[in-house]
Design a protein around this ligand. Structure first.
Ligand code: SF4
Length: 692
């Protein structure tokens, strides 16, 4: 062989992109990536998608941050770590002394490890003394977790990815599964084709899964809650609900039944545009799926002012039909980032410690205070969105943003820029110089997943280990080491002497019932655990399996009555087009990593705007024409693609541009319950730009 075997290494890792959590061996020679070899990972078997297989060259990009950077006027100069950590500790301490601990805010990263999310919350709570900590699940999946925790108690998928394959019926709502969660979509495609599994898709856009579906419905924007409630009412009215399951396991049945009164099929047709016949067909398909119904949903549901309520209506329907507690059934919000589930699970949230243990509980606080030997803050902290507004109100003076390009990923980018520019002191920690770094006083160079040890949690609550492949590039450091350096320099309250992330996990396991039996030994190699994990190591592929109680007070689930509220953004004479947005297969989010992979960049080098043939004809626009898109909040330019995937005045923009991010257009409207931005409620006007 040409290869010199002693330099060739294979290391097990977990994909850094989406929440499916594919794991595989990565073959390397020095810093060169030779190949990816799937090895029967628990979530993916031997499959990967294009990103997992080819999307790793960003690790060696010349754009990587190599040294800490300090702002001097309008430019940045390289400094040593010792000086950088000294500046952070000094500024955080000064701001805390002058304005109190709640003048500081912390954003953890859904791309970082569980251990790093745990340490970020420990830094915020134990060292600084604030609960102002959040992560990007606020931008995507918090409403789904809210729907689940309201009705069943735990904000996690109720079963496993393998269960989806076993279902008789899969219902996909507001999820472009084949592009956003490709390997999971493959399982549905396989089961649909070979096992006769039925597939229903509800979406604004006819994407690949919609093309394959037995039934595709296109509800009006922000109306999913209405058809879900109407279909559930119709099932109940025709006696096809599961009364035995309800009597045994679910509270508030009379209240819920009464709350459904307005949701007739005719009302649902009027609001959603889905014909009564199709609503009845959905109900028939659900009733016929004797072995179980799995509902998959994503940001097409959650990123609305009613995102939590629509997620709740999905849970209500599953409870009414008894589609929980058994294999081949259940609720599957599909988590976006590789570790968006873990970042929340390990406590980077303003109201809970690790394992969703409430900050408001004196007993829980007491447990952490005893372990960390500190006094902890009592009041719930600010979430991401509230932090931005608190800066504008002069209440928040400093932020530490880790692994998050807040400007391109939060809604209403112009407002976010205005806020960040007002901070007294901003630290941004990342692997590249992002848009957010431009507003930083200090930029800290972090290491991507291949340069560190740790664990991630995928969409099915599966905890998996990743092993270090490369040494950190140049002077970059793993995030957990940087957090620890800052904590130590600030006095080290809570105890900071971790030599390895496994020690962080050991501490989290001791303090968190969900992770009681989690250890690096039990996660060795390709071994995995789905939380909750009992002390003896027994894990939970199905939450609430069989006779296991739900995680609400009396062990029962509860129906959650809802009242539909129409969307905040409506089409007007000026802003007369609806702009939907989402992912594309080849890129991840705005493409910070994937545009730096030459092979991927060659396939999909730029963003496009999908418009319908009807709209194209009305406006005299053809594919390839550049247009300006404007909303009341900002403007961008995009290149048109005329396609039947969208219909009428609906348009679709993949969010894969750093220069023209969709968030220049999005508003500050948020989900009424969780403050997740309503990215999908967006009215715009389109003006063709002069032909080039
Ligand atoms: Fe990675 Fe998701 Fe693709 Fe799997 S499906 S390889 S986790 S991006």
């Amino acid at each position: 062989s040409q290869l010199r075997p002693q330099r060739v290494k294979r290391t097990k890792t977990v994909c850094t992109y989406c929440g499916v959590g594919c794991s595989f061996d990565i073959w390397t020679r020095d810093r060169e990536i030779l190949k990816i070899e799937p090895m029967h990972g628990a979530a993916n078997g031997i499959s990967t998608c294009v990103k997992g297989k080819f999307g790793w060259d960003f690790v060696n990009s010349p754009d990587r941050l190599r040294k800490p950077l300090k702002r001097v006027g309008n430019t940045f100069v390289e400094i040593e770590w010792d000086e950088a950590i000294g500046i952070v500790a000094e500024q955080f301490t000064k701001i805390k002394q002058e304005h109190g601990p709640d003048a500081l805010g912390f954003i953890a990263s859904s791309k970082c490890t569980n251990e790093e999310s745990y340490l970020m919350m420990k830094l915020a709570r134990a060292v600084v003394g604030t609960n102002n900590i959040d992560n990007c699940s606020r931008y995507c999946q918090t409403p789904a977790s809210k729907g689940l925790s309201r009705t069943m108690g735990i904000g996690g998928d109720t079963g496993s990815i393998a269960d989806i394959e076993r279902a008789d019926l899969v219902l996909i709502i507001g999820s472009n599964t084949s592009e956003s969660h490709p390997v999971l979509a493959t399982r549905v495609k396989r089961s649909h084709k070979h096992r006769g599994q039925r597939l229903i898709v509800a979406d604004l856009r006819k994407h690949e899964m919609a093309e394959r579906a037995d039934l595709f419905v296109r509800p009006n924007p922000s109306t999913d809650e209405v058809w879900l409630q109407a279909v559930t009412k119709h099932l109940i009215d025709t006696g096809r609900h599961n009364q035995e399951f309800i009597d045994k396991w679910v509270q508030k049945w009379p209240e819920y039944k009464a709350s459904l009164e307005p949701y007739t099929l005719e009302y649902a047709e009027q609001v959603t545009g889905i014909p009564v016949a199709q609503l009845k067909q959905i109900a028939d398909e659900i009733a016929a799926a004797k072995n179980g119904v799995c509902v998959l949903w994503a940001m097409g549901v959650t990123q609305h002012c009613g995102g939590s309520d629509t997620s709740t209506s999905i849970c209500n329907m599953l409870l009414a039909t008894g589609n929980v507690k058994k294999p081949g059934a259940g609720a599957y919000p599909l988590r976006g980032h590789n570790n968006v589930q873990g970042a929340s699970d390990f406590g980077s949230m303003p109201d809970v410690f690790s394992g969703y243990q409430k900050v408001s509980s004196a007993e829980i606080r007491g447990k952490f205070e005893a372990a960390w030997n500190v006094t902890l803050p009592v009041t719930t902290g600010l979430d991401n969105r509230q932090m931005i507004h608190a800066i504008l109100e002069g209440k928040l003076r400093s932020m530490y943003i880790k692994g998050e390009d807040t400007i391109t990923s939060d809604a209403n980018a112009n407002e976010v820029e205005e806020a960040l520019s007002k901070l007294d002191f901003l630290v941004v920690q990342d692997i590249f110089f992002s848009e957010t770094c431009k507003y930083a006083d200090l930029v800290l160079p972090a290491s991507p997943s291949l340069e560190k040890e740790g664990t991630f949690v995928n969409t099915e609550r599966r905890i998996q280990r990743l092993y270090q492949v490369f040494e950190p590039l140049a002077d970059s450091k793993p995030d957990w080491e940087i957090i620890q350096l800052i904590a130590e320099r600030m006095g080290g309250a809570g105890g900071w002497s971790y030599a390895h992330p496994s020690e962080v996990m050991d501490e989290a396991a001791k303090l968190t019932p969900h992770f009681a039996g989690v250890s690096y030994e039990r996660l060795e190699g390709y071994k995995t655990l789905q939380w909750p994990v009992a002390e003896d190591g027994t894990d939970s592929p199905i939450l609430y399996a069989d006779e296991k109680p739900f995680a609400l007070e009396d062990g029962k689930a509860t129906f959650w009555p809802l009242e539909y509220v129409p969307p905040s953004e409506q089409l007007t004479d000026t802003y007369d087009l609806h702009l939907n947005n989402g992912r594309a297969l080849e890129h991840f989010e705005q493409g910070n990593m994937t545009y730096r992979v030459p092979g991927i960049n060659a396939i999909t080098p730029e963003m496009w705007l999908e418009i319908s043939p009807e709209l194209a004809e009305e406006r005299g626009i053809t594919t390839g024409r550049f247009v300006k898109l404007e909303s009341p909040y900002g403007q961008i330019r995009a290149k048109v693609l005329v396609t039947h995937r969208v219909e009428g005045r609906q348009m679709y923009l993949p969010m894969i541009s750093i220069e023209n991010p969709v968030n220049r257009l999005t508003s500050s409207h948020v989900d009424r319950t969780t403050h997740t931005p309503a990215y999908k409620e967006l009215s715009v006007k389109m003006t063709p730009l002069p032909q080039q």
